[in-house]
Design a protein around this ligand. Structure first.
Ligand code: FES
Length: 158
């Protein structure tokens, strides 16, 4: 089987797996990194949201062969290390606001939130209501109000 290499949460990894296997299954089943959740497998529900080179993406819909050896993939497990702390400020805000209900969608929600704050800053502004409206991660428990409040609070400490 072909060998695929990339950087996962700051460490180089290498996997022997068919080219067409979606990255989510490489992360979860082969590398045992289970923060990114399986929801739809179609890039719709966004439960698996992670970062590629600092931007949000959905590994359920990316073939492992489309990942380059130099690509840096970050999952919720690796998020705190990006700021050199035990928890990322967005995770602290999530705890402070007691956001999760069942919790299934929450790793993806936090990863989407961090990417959206960074995107807003690259565009030269702080995160706005209209940016929050663009986050498409589904929460079956309907915790959207707390998610939005937590993103605003977390952004202040990023
Ligand atoms: Fe249950 Fe979001 S907290 S799906």
């Amino acid at each position: 089987m072909p060998k695929h290499k990339f950087v996962l949460n700051g460490k180089s990894v290498s996997v022997d797996v068919d080219d067409d296997v979606r990255l989510l299954w490489v992360l979860r089943d082969l590398l045992k990194v289970t923060g990114p959740k399986y929801g739809c497998g179609l890039d719709v529900c966004k439960a698996c949201t992670s970062h590629i080179n600092g931007k949000a993406f959905n590994p359920c819909s990316v073939r492992v062969k489309d990942i380059k050896p130099t690509d840096h993939i970050t999952t919720i497990e690796g998020l705190p290390a990006t700021v050199g702390k035990d928890l990322h400020p967005m995770q602290e805000a999530w705890l402070e606001m007691d956001v999760p209900q069942c919790g299934y969608c929450q790793p993806g929600q936090i990863m989407a939130a961090v990417a959206k704050v960074k995107q807003a800053r690259r565009e030269g502004h702080e995160i706005r209501e209209s940016d929050l409206d663009e986050i498409r991660n589904i929460c079956r428990c309907g915790t959207y109000h707390r998610i939005r409040d937590a993103i605003a609070a977390g952004a202040k400490h990023m």
